[in-house]
Design a binder for this molecule. Sequence first.
Ligand code: PMV
Length: 317
Amino acid sequence: MPAITCKAPGKIILFGEHAVVYGRPAIAVPISQVQARAIVTANPSKESGEVEIQAPNIGLQARLKELPPDHPIAVIIEQVASALQISRLPSFTLRITATIPVSAGLGSGAAVSVATIRALSAFLGHLLPDEQVSELAYEVEKLHHGTPSGIDNTVITYAMPVYYAHRSGNGNIIEPFQVARPFTLVIGDTGVPSPTASSVGLVRQAWQAEKERFEHIFDEIGNIAQTARQVIEAGRSEALGPLMDENQALLHEMGVSSPELEALIQAARSAGAQGAKLSGGGRGGNMIALVTPESADSIAQSLRKAGATRIITTTVE
Ligand code: PMV
């Protein structure tokens, strides 16, 4: 049996991070320059049930039975087997590699899940449909995030810009949409690792202490996300810059920015970016700046000078 390979892109959140955990809409887009890849190869010479895991990026080389049952990779395999009602797995090797940096707001966890769920389900004879891939990846996201909104698994599964709102008990709003006119973003990494679960936890504590203030901030962010979608669908992407700046001011008020993020955001604006904000959980990780294709290189250089450890220039289309 030939090896089965599946890939999944990274993602960034354009608008609405954190507020999306509280039911407001957010917009996320796939980033295909970085990706996760899962390869499943049969091991016919080994006994059935012998599963070998190789994930060199995280220094993991182990047999499935050696992993703790709540290890994300063990959970993904278990979820796929149970979705396909397979009680005894054949023998195979699962190799996972990724160019998506971890804990940087680029969706590495969800991309690994989506690529693995697709490769494994195809290997087992039933490639799962997108909706189910996203649902299973969401279960794994819970291990990474605590209380994830579900936006990462959604945008990465559909690999299209997505307008997303989490509605508990009510069915989530998931609306992939078209970009009328492409626009360019420079993504700058602070190099400060920042696990999403801890920034989500901090926001929850702050929300519990000051519900009214935070609900108001979330409403404003939700309105920005809604306007941004209209602007993107109308091809008026130059109007996104001021919306990014407004969203950033609100994220700063929420306490999820950081000196490193502020330094990069300021550097991008001074170098001529049309707008800039943090992206994802914040307190580290990445920022994004809206640029013109002509100014992208010089803004990227300014970000490097201001301390960015990695730069990705991407066109959203
Ligand atoms: O980009 P990430 O993976 O750091 O996502 C964080 C987005 C949050 O809104 C902060 C959390 C969530 O689950 O949506």
